[in-house]
Design a protein around this ligand. Structure first.
Ligand SMILES: CC(C)(COP(=O)(O)OP(=O)(O)OC[C@H]1O[C@@H](n2cnc3c(N)ncnc32)[C@H](O)[C@@H]1OP(=O)(O)O)[C@@H](O)C(=O)NCCC(=O)NCCS
Length: 154
């Protein structure tokens, strides 16, 4: 098993389950990153509180993420954001670790993420292939590759 550095441990100990009172701060973090994240309603966050986490630094919420469990087999990691001033301190990785550890504890073998920041997740053990299997998208209007090719032709 990989050893955690002391800064990893500090970041990990800053992560706790979110509460109802955290919802406004979670909304601020999500809304500051709408170029990367989809908006969430307070109601959606409330329903997901059993698998929604925050990272806290000096009493302030500086990071968040959640795990949406779709079935006993698969869950999606969503709404991951760390505030600008707290980036690079390990909070993002710590939030992903707590979410994936929770998935593992629940017996969920597949955690997916849809992201425009694949390098961040690849460094944490995510990949497009699972053995001989690949995750592919169907977006309702033909393959993603065909869509991109037709855009390039324009
Ligand atoms: C992506 C994000 C959550 C990373 O948070 P963070 O707290 O800065 O990340 P960490 O400090 O835990 O970094 C862990 C590692 O990932 C790397 N990393 C951080 N951001 C990265 C990025 N955008 N692309 C690639 N690698 C990145 C770090 O260099 C670090 O590597 P190291 O361990 O070798 O030093 C943060 O930049 C963010 O909120 N971005 C906007 C929202 C977003 O993109 N969310 C993900 C979409 S699902």
């Amino acid at each position: 098993m990989q050893q955690l550095s002391s800064s990893d441990q500090v970041a990990l100990s800053a992560v706790r389950l979110a509460t109802e009172q955290d919802i406004p701060a979670i909304q601020r973090l999500i809304n500051a990153n709408l170029d990367k994240l989809l908006p969430r309603t307070d109601e959606e966050i409330r329903e997901l509180l059993p698998t929604w986490w925050v990272a806290v630094e000096d009493g302030e919420i500086v990071g968040t993420c959640c795990l949406e469990v779709y079935s006993p087999k698969i869950a999606e990691l969503r709404s991951l954001a760390v505030s600008d001033r707290a980036r690079g301190k390990g909070y993002g990785a710590a939030l992903v670790k707590v979410a994936t550890d929770t998935a593992q504890a629940l017996g969920i073998r597949q955690v997916l993420v849809v992201t425009s920041t694949p390098e961040f997740f690849e460094a944490l053990g995510f990949g497009t292939a699972l053995g001989e299997k690949y995750a592919l998208f169907w977006n309702g209007s033909g393959s993603v590759r065909a869509h991109n090719a037709s855009k390039a032709d324009q």
